[in-house]
Design a protein. Structure first.
Lengths: 287, 443, 317
């Protein structure tokens, strides 16, 4: 297609080019703004306290891993990472399973009060967590689970339900009725319909729920603060916070511990970016 | 995130969604199935075995030793305290102490929640002041009459743990607050620790003129300003005046006492940059690094300075009275350790609390941690700063929030940050503080 | 909360029916409901109950004072100023999100080999913990060890240097920037999801009909984005009014400087658990009352937003 520079196609092409450059320019600036804080965090983790004062903006003199080594051992990172992993994975699993079941019932099984129940679950997103932690503590003690990872898992599982119900009910409702009707005609029970037909189609929103719940549960510190009565059951955010208390002025060390604490999630995220975002975009916001 | 889709759109949305979902189906499905089994096992495992990830470390050292729990609120004391407790365990082989640290700002939260839920540690540490009295009244701790060598504790310590005709425990240590200063900086500009307010102002101005930031005044949590204020006010009131304050015969709104608040305002231009949002820790680091010359600091802070700058060279002086006739320090107690009434190991817990007040334990405290609470224990010669601290106070006034009548002053100052933003005048500040004081004629 | 009451009635009847003729949906609902009741409903009700007393959080329960705590909440200047701060944050985020995030999402909607990496980077802030984020920004803006001030100097804007966190007029703005840094990551991705659902055929049809890009956007894309708008803005409200972790790390429970960075979350925390490491007279019951007021308030805001935005959605179809 020959294009003279003043023809309509030519103009459009030039405009398109400018738009292309402009949009990439904006995106690059935004990315820089996003990365800048993280960049300085990582940079700082290699500095000595003196360098923070004398050259806050510049590069550290040595890139030794000393800070990291100390942070790993003294912040008990091996223990807290293990606890966080166990708690997060278990809670996400339980929460997702439980939410799927409940959302299926609310979305596709007729019964009175389904709307009320749905609102009740989703309303949980609004409750400020400070409000209920004391009562939860007392309940945990009463059950005898205080000071165990189990208490954290149960609480996180419960708090993951509102998000799960919010996402899944909408999705389930949007699936065509014919699918389940066909299965029922073939003699399948509700449960079979759920497992064989609805569930396999819902992997994308389920992934969304898994990711969103997983991120906040991994990063949560307040619930862990209240329920971790023993150092052996502390999760990663709590371990880092305690670490702050001990070495409050050694910023290099603190930064290193912060980087270490963020590494698992970020690493997982970077590895799974496509799945992360694809999962969220595909079929999660319906219509 | 989905939003409820009502209406005719739902149909086609559903179809489109189904298509896209199917694409993601096989990979995600396989992933879930494979990992699912492992996860399920893990979940069940951790629910069934309490403290699953827990006891690995401290496992079965002494298989039949009694385990008692204890909390500390200074994670930065970990190296010394751990050693102290290890010494206790060596001389008391049947007892294992599980010492855990809750960072200072979260200590009250953790303790109050634990108490409310009936899961507080065997040895409960109370922040000085009213809390221990409330706890005693609510029968959350047991009296330890006769089990604590109360006569061997310094009067300030006694006052905190002995009340209502009972003795409830012992503090771990005391802390004294004075003014730390960078000796090299003072030497360089030919300054000596000021002995009255004229000298104080002069030294401050001279330092500023030479390009040095005179004061570290981290005010993010209003702790340092609080101590500055009560020391300045106490330097005017003196020991008798402070007692009068508690009795109601003196007030902080008297014009001479308001000068204390005014001093804080007058010195404001000489505080470190952005001091209102600088945290205590950062302010300490600034000072330890030699970027500021003076800091209101406590005996426990010295370890912190050394962590930041091992070569730090500091001295201490008491807050001078305006007319130079005295110099004041304030003393308070670190955690007051008591025995939980719900503990299943009360004898062992009592042994530990008793041991904390012993000369041996207190000597370690004096040498490495803070100030001792046992009479007759003096920091070893190698602890110059510790000794200077003892000398810096004449008189030494109890920190105001530890006394029932002036217990509310800390809260009052915390919410009086307006003094630095210009929203409160010195008199208004003093009025706020006075409003929080509950005089008691019999104090 | 009314939906509690509403749910209990039909559930009662449902249970009765189930006994007569067991319906399968009971089993689907049971696990979620069991967990929810035990660790959510019961604690929430307990906190209502606690708010009716005069409990400090330490020691005995204190007197029953009925709704006194609630009355006090409405007269509390500190809480009101904190609430205003939340509103400020909400408005700032609202504007930023519905312009910037939307714009970014549109830019990212074009097929391009760079799209993957861009998206990966832009979503990254949301993955970090709010505590870590608060900490990073606090250090970045520090007058002593921060990089913003030296950075401004380096690019010749030295005159803009400021003690960002210590000045009451800029402290809250600084915190809002930190909040936005995290929040917009999520908002952009949600908008991207919404854009995926705009049928390309409609866009192409409009272009063939000679519509300008702007018009295509306004009349084709925007209406299809309505559901995404609903989701984003409701979540935005929840995020802005429930903000706690990040604000707590930077401003503390007393909202340095001088309460300028207080939000409702930190006020509640301060009253419930204490404001610092020294003597604190906590007021747990009062904090519960404040929490309930926040809860109801946020519920109303969300409901209003939801209703208004859903109606706009429906008008499109």
């Amino acid at each position: 297609m020959s294009v003279a520079s003043t023809s309509p196609q030519g103009l459009r092409r030039r405009r398109a080019f400018v738009a292309w450059v402009g949009s990439h320019g904006v995106l690059i600036v935004v990315c820089a703004l996003v990365i800048a804080p993280i960049y300085f965090l990582v940079l700082g983790s290699f500095k000595s306290v003196e360098e923070f004062f004398s050259a806050p903006f510049g590069l550290p003199q040595h890139f030794s891993l000393d800070n990291y080594r100390r942070a790993w051992t003294e912040a008990s990172i091996s223990t807290t990472i293990r606890n966080s992993a166990i708690v997060t994975v278990s809670a996400v699993l339980i929460s997702t399973v439980v939410s799927c079941l409940a959302s299926y019932a609310i979305a596709r099984l007729p019964f009175r009060g389904s709307l009320a129940l749905r609102l009740l679950f989703v309303g949980g997103l609004i409750v400020p967590v400070q409000l209920i932690m004391v009562a939860i503590f007392i309940i945990m003690r009463w059950i005898g689970l205080l000071g165990t990872l189990g208490s954290l898992i149960l609480v996180y599982s419960t708090f993951g339900i509102p998000l799960g119900v919010l996402v899944l009910v909408g999705f389930f409702q949007a699936l065509p009725k014919e699918l389940s009707e066909a299965a029922t005609i073939d003699g399948a029970s509700d449960f079979q319909t759920f497992m064989r037909i609805i569930l396999p189609l819902s992997m994308a929103p389920i992934l969304t729920v898994v990711i969103l719940n997983g991120v906040w549960i991994w990063n949560d510190f307040f619930i862990a603060l209240v329920l971790s009565t023993k150092p052996s059951v502390e999760t990663l955010p709590l371990g880092i916070l305690n670490f702050f208390g001990v070495y409050s002025t050694e910023w290099g060390l603190i930064f290193a511990s912060v980087v270490l604490s963020a590494l698992p999630v970020v690493a997982l995220y970077l590895l799974m970016t496509r799945r992360f975002i694809a999962g969220m975009t595909a079929g999660s916001v319906k219509g | 995130m989905t939003q409820e889709r009502k209406g005719p759109r739902a149909e086609s949305a559903g179809a489109a969604g189904t298509e896209r979902a199917e694409k993601g189906l096989t990979r995600a499905g396989a992933l879930k199935k494979g990992v699912g089994g492992i996860l399920a096992a893990g979940a069940v495992g951790s629910l069934a075995t309490p403290a699953f990830a827990g006891s690995a470390g401290s496992a079965r050292r002494t298989a039949d030793a009694t385990k008692i729990s204890m909390w500390g609120n200074h994670p930065e004391w970990k190296p010394v305290l751990d050693r102290l407790i290890a010494a206790f365990e060596k001389t008391h082989p049947g007892i294992d102490v599980e010492l855990s640290y809750k960072p200072g700002p979260q200590y009250t939260a953790a303790l109050n929640t634990a108490l409310a839920g009936g899961a507080a540690p065997d040895v409960i540490g109370w922040i000085e002041g009213d809390a221990i009295r409330v706890g005693a009244k609510a029968k959350q701790i047991i009296p330890l009459d006769g089990k604590i060598p109360i006569a061997k504790l310094i009067p300030a310590a006694r006052a905190q743990v002995a009340f209502n005709n009972h003795v409830y425990g012992s503090p771990l240590a005391a802390y004294t607050v004075g003014i730390f200063y960078q000796r090299p900086i003072f030497k360089e500009y030919g300054l000596k620790p000021p002995t009255n307010w004229t000298q104080l102002l002069a030294a401050t101005k001279k330092l500023a003129a030479e390009g040095v930031t005179p004061w570290s005044m981290p005010a993010k949590d209003m702790i340092i300003p609080y101590f500055f204020y009560i020391m300045a006010a106490s330097s005017i009131l003196g020991q008798n005046g402070y007692r009068g304050l508690r009795r109601g015969t003196r007030k902080v709104t008297e014009p001479q006492v308001v000068r204390a608040a005014q001093l804080m305002i007058d010195l404001q231009e000489y505080y470190n940059d952005g001091f209102q949002a600088v945290s205590y820790a950062e302010g300490k680091a600034l000072f330890a690094q030699g970027r500021t010359a003076m800091l209101i600091g406590g005996s426990a802070d010295y370890t912190g300075y050394k962590q930041v700058n091992p070569k730090v060279d500091v001295g201490v002086f008491g807050f001078p009275a305006p007319n130079g006739r005295s110099h004041v320090t304030v003393t308070g107690m670190e955690l007051l350790y008591t025995v939980n009434s719900k503990s299943e190991h009360k004898p062992e817990a009592t042994t530990l609390v008793n041991w904390l007040s012993s000369k041996g334990a207190q000597q370690v405290v004096a040498n490495e941690l803070a100030r001792p609470i046992a009479v007759g224990v003096v920091p070893s010669r190698s602890n110059r700063v510790g000794r200077e601290m003892v000398l810096a106070g004449a008189p030494d006034i109890p920190v105001w929030y530890s006394q029932p009548e002036t217990g509310g002053t800390f809260g009052a100052v915390t919410s009086a940050g307006g003094i630095f933003t210009g929203d409160l005048t010195a008199m208004e500040f003093a009025q706020k503080v006075q409003a929080s004081i509950k005089p008691n004629k019999k104090a | 909360m009314t939906s509690d009451a509403r749910a209990s009635v039909p559930r009662g009847r449902r249970v009765a029916k189930a006994i007569r003729r067991p319906r399968p949906h009971i089993w689907f609902l049971l696990p979620a409901v069991a967990l929810y009741v035990a660790f959510f409903i019961v604690p929430t009700l307990a906190s209502y109950w606690l708010a009716l007393y005069d409990w400090s959080g330490l020691g005995p329960l204190g007197d029953f004072i009925g709704i006194d705590n609630f009355r006090r909440v409405f007269e509390d200047g500190e809480f009101r100023s904190a609430a205003l701060h939340n509103v400020w944050i909400f408005i700032a985020l609202f504007v930023m999100t519905n312009t910037l995030s939307l714009f970014l999402a549109i830019l990212l909607d074009r097929k391009s080999w760079l799209r993957g990496p861009y998206r990966a980077i832009i979503f990254l802030p949301y993955v970090l913990s709010p505590v870590v984020t608060g900490f990073i920004f606090e250090v970045l803006l520090s007058p002593n060890i921060g990089v913003l001030n030296p950075g401004l100097e380096a690019v010749g804007l030295g005159s803009l240097q400021h003690t960002w966190l210590a000045d009451p007029s800029t402290a809250l703005a600084a915190i809002t920037v930190a909040l936005a840094w995290q929040w917009n990551a999520l908002a952009t991705v949600i908008f991207m999801a919404g854009l995926q659902n705009v049928p390309p055929e409609m866009k192409e049809a409009a272009v063939t009909d000679g519509a300008t890009t702007l018009n295509v956007f306004r009349h084709v894309t925007l209406p299809y984005l309505a559901p995404a708008f609903t989701v984003v803005n409701v979540l935005l409200a929840i995020f802005a009014f429930r903000a706690f972790d990040l604000v707590y790390v930077i401003g503390g429970a007393i909202g340095a400087p001088n309460g300028a960075t207080l939000v409702m979350g930190t006020v509640i925390y301060g009253n419930a658990f204490g404001k610092g490491s020294y003597v604190d007279t906590t007021q747990m019951s009062y904090a519960m009352a404040q929490g309930i007021v926040l809860f109801v308030f946020l519920g109303l805001v969300s409901a209003v937003l939801l209703v208004y935005l859903s109606r706009r959605e429906r008008r499109v179809y």
